[in-house]
Write a protein that binds this ligand. Structure first.
Ligand SMILES: C[S@@+](CC[C@H](N)C(=O)[O-])C[C@H]1O[C@@H](n2cnc3c(N)ncnc32)[C@H](O)[C@@H]1O
Length: 261
């Protein structure tokens, strides 16, 4: 394990890790990855080794493995990596890395950073460093794939409460923003996990989630500075439909495909 400066995201996800898979149980990764795979093929992707940056508990890695591709996962959170090890087994290479200082891990046919990871970067400087590190791991002609949250998401999911209720735990996501959330601003949500103890009392664990909205212009500028060009920026609906043109007021996520300039 390398020594890392503790990031706010690392603290958030070490605390969130035991609950993450339950909170995201409704995310249909297989369907989402089928959509993304078709998108990549449209951009000339030749399937091969995948670097899954911010792999979390391995939910975004598993569908690539299921396609017979070699996957290397990395993440800043030990708690999330422990979940990935349990899900993916002993043979998958997992590394503890801050995406702002990835270094050269290898040469990959795809570098992917999926489902709400890039938005945990603090500012455009962090984004530039992360993109430069991802670029350094691309094989010639290989794509870089990632998503970012839109203004619509910060004005809805980050402005309301979402509750996931089970017998032994209740998870409460509380978005602290509102409909006036501004482009490029930083957003806060808290995640309270109420856990039933052996004596039937309830214990609360809280993690704070701070995200930055990156407008499309910032993505393009940071990509350029990192030696990348934007091949496509599509709009994703909550139900997984992908539209050609991104509308920050309509789509929940932007899906970006980049390649070396
Ligand atoms: C919402 S989770 C997504 C995980 C996984 N990709 C998935 O689809 O389930 C976001 C992940 O980003 C990771 N992360 C946030 N900031 C990071 C950073 N600077 N470097 C590496 N990982 C980071 C977190 O630890 C967390 O595992």
């Amino acid at each position: 394990m390398e020594t890392l400066t503790r990031t706010p995201a690392q603290a958030s996800f070490d605390a969130f890790a035991p609950h993450y898979d339950r909170f995201t149980a409704h995310h249909d990764y297989d369907a989402w990855l089928r959509t993304l795979e078709a998108l990549l093929l449209r951009h000339g992707w030749r399937p091969g080794a995948v670097l899954d940056v911010a792999c979390g508990t391995g939910r975004s890695s598993a569908p690539w493995l299921a396609r017979g591709l070699r996957v290397t996962g990395c993440d800043v959170s030990d708690g999330m990596l422990a979940g990935a090890r349990a899900r993916l087994g002993p043979d998958v290479e997992l590394l503890r890395r801050d995406m702002r200082a990835l270094g050269r891990i290898g040469e990959f046919a795809l570098v992917a950073c999926l489902d709400d990871a890039v938005n945990y970067l603090g500012d455009a400087g962090d984004l530039r460093e992360a993109l430069a590190g991802m670029a350094a791991n691309l094989a010639p002609g290989a794509p870089l794939l990632f998503d970012t949250n839109t203004l619509a998401t910060y004005r809805s999911f980050f402005a309301t409460a979402t509750v996931v209720e089970e017998d032994d735990r209740v998870l409460v996501w509380n978005g602290r923003e509102d409909s006036s959330f501004a482009a490029g601003a930083s957003a806060l949500a808290t995640l309270d996990a109420f856990i039933r103890a052996a004596d039937a009392s309830w214990e609360r664990e809280r993690s704070e989630h701070v995200q930055r909205h990156f407008p499309p212009g910032t993505i393009a500028a940071c990509a350029r500075d990192a030696g990348l060009r934007v091949l496509a920026g599509h709009g994703l609906h909550l139900d997984g439909r992908l539209d050609e043109a991104l509308d920050e007021d309509v789509h929940t996520k932007a899906v970006w495909v980049l390649a070396a300039a």
